[in-house]
Design a protein. Sequence first.
Length: 367
Amino acid sequence: MTSALFTETSLRGMHVPNRIVVSPMCQYSAIDGSATDWHLVHLGQMAMSGAGLLIIEATHVEAPGRITPKCLGLYSDENETALARVIAFCREHGSAKLGIQLSHAGRKGSARLPWDQRGAPLDPTDGGWPTLSCSGIPRADGWPAPEALDEAGLQAVKDAHVDATRRADRLGLDLIEVNAAHGYLLHEFLSPHSNRREDAYGGVLANRMRYPLDVFAAMRAAWPDDKPMGVRISATDWLEDGWESDQAAVFCRALKALGCDYIAVSTGGLSLDQVIPLGEGHQVPFAAEIRKAAEIPTMAVGMIYEPRHAESIIADQQSDFIAMARGMLFHPHWPWRAAAALGGEVDYPPQYVRAYKSKWLRDIEGS
């Protein structure tokens, strides 16, 4: 029987040989938003992993929209040139299609690196900067209040998303993922927990969706029609007064009408008060729910590692893709492992043929 995980599929004009996606993973290793040798090594190995699609980490559309000073950006010619070098390496040595996640950190910006005081807010004396959001509500106690965007600010941030979209097209990338998850700017507009506006962008669900939908529509118009564009969402805030999956389904139906091709379904990230019931594949039911309610392809993410578990998610039509992050860092050739276990095949560098074709190793993984 043919493995579901290793069946080919397409999103618009982008064809992939399997359903394995390398999730966007922040590396906190850029210099002034520009990719470095770390990105060459990190993304290079992921491009050679056998995954069908590799999505470059959250890449910020303007400098004040970064999470940390070391986050990747696509807001300058220097950023574009540095990333072009990494992309060229991935194209030459890897087989994965290449996407990029475009993002704005909103009130979660101007933070320390995750391993420095657990990502606490960065003091202005240490290089911190003012942040932006839908409302002037701090992320948590001890965090500075962001500036609530006015009409001019809303337009400027939307223009920055469009400009980054055009840069991504010039770089020859195959796909864009818009980040509307994990408590970043577009998610902040969606959630009633963070959005306390009293104008056309706040209050009822239709108003809270308005700005994220406007941004997506502008980006879609600037992106070639034959290239796919998706959105990452948090399907729930895990808060009593937060964003929930029924609202997320309405949002995803509206995105589909605007030309969205898939939804990567995560959860949480808006508030430190969240209580997440962590466990293997704990977010998969949300991917299945959005897939059914919005009738749109989804990517399941979060604590999926065992090949047969990934296989069952695709085979049971709970999701269309498996997007992996920590599992790929722990095992950068995880698609090889899955192929051995499930009887699939993936592309591999010829330099690695003695490992990929090793009966000894395949027997271990397939047992």
